[in-house]
Ligand binder design. Structure first.
Ligand code: HEM
Length: 232
């Protein structure tokens, strides 16, 4: 059985388990997400079973584009208990234990935003995208002629150790302004490419995801600059 088949089998098991548990306990997604069971050590001890249930809930609501990103982000959260704890604390203090998270809550949930951004960095749903040159130009010292098709490997850029500290580690904190003294801001703009870049960047970047609407992590400033240069 191929990887995808094996994965489906695992998910099917999760789904069956989740349905049984949910039926018995009358739980829904938010019960699972917000349930905080004390173990004496941490108030936010969300177990692997909770995460498995979350996988299933998120997958059933997710689109094909983001499905694997969600799967791998959840896997990272399982392996990083401190991340789960911090998310739990933030959600509890901002949203409370009994309410659903609304879009209007997102500005007050910076850590949750950072977790999503880090998931998109390490596991971009569209890891490569292409460009066909209308005009020849010099890139990185090489002349590239017109009509050449180039593939941009966003996946590799977002794991490049020249641009990212601990590039393969899941560290949402890197996206928190208060914890990130970013000395390389002008470089930053083109090192984060989950939505591509420039005029053909994903139009859903800002319109459907609150996260990137007012973000320093988008590349508009670069392209406005490029437009001015072209006009000049
Ligand atoms: C997490 C969700 C999404 C991610 C990570 C994503 C990522 C991308 C990427 C990497 C590209 C190529 C950009 C480039 O070539 O520079 C793209 C293009 C595009 N995306 Fe998305 N996308 C997402 C959701 C959506 C949604 C929800 C829609 C529509 C409702 C959408 C519509 C499009 C369209 C129309 C293009 C082609 C744009 C063009 O060629 O001008 N995307 N997306």
């Amino acid at each position: 059985m191929g990887l995808s088949g094996r994965y489906d089998k695992v998910l099917k098991t999760f789904l069956e388990e989740h349905e049984n548990v949910a039926e018995k306990q009358g739980m829904n997604l938010m019960d699972v997400l917000l349930e905080a069971k004390g173990d004496g050590k941490s108030e936010y001890n969300i177990t692997r079973d909770h995460i498995k249930s979350l996988f299933v809930e998120l997958l059933s609501g997710g689109t094909d584009t983001s499905k694997q990103t969600i799967q791998w982000t959840m896997a990272e959260i399982i392996n990083n208990p401190s991340t789960m704890e911090r998310m739990g604390e933030e959600i509890d203090s901002v949203v409370g234990k009994s309410k659903l998270i609304l879009e209007t809550d997102l500005p007050k949930l910076p850590y949750l935003q950072a977790v999503v951004k880090e998931g998109l960095r390490l596991y971009p749903p569209i890891p490569v995208f292409g460009r066909r040159l209308q005009e020849g130009c010099v890139m990185g010292g090489f002349y590239v002629s017109d009509k050449t098709t180039l593939v941009v490997n966003g996946y590799a850029v977002m794991r490049d150790s020249d641009y990212w500290e601990y590039p393969v580690d899941f560290k949402p904190e890197r996206f928190l302004a208060s914890e990130q003294e970013d000395a390389t801001k002008e470089k930053v703009v083109l090192k984060y490419l989950p939505f591509g870049s420039g005029r053909r960047a994903c139009p859903a970047k800002k319109s459907s995801l609150y996260l990137f609407r007012n973000s320093d992590w988008n590349d508009d400033s670069v392209f406005r600059l490029e437009d001015r240069r072209r006009q000049g």
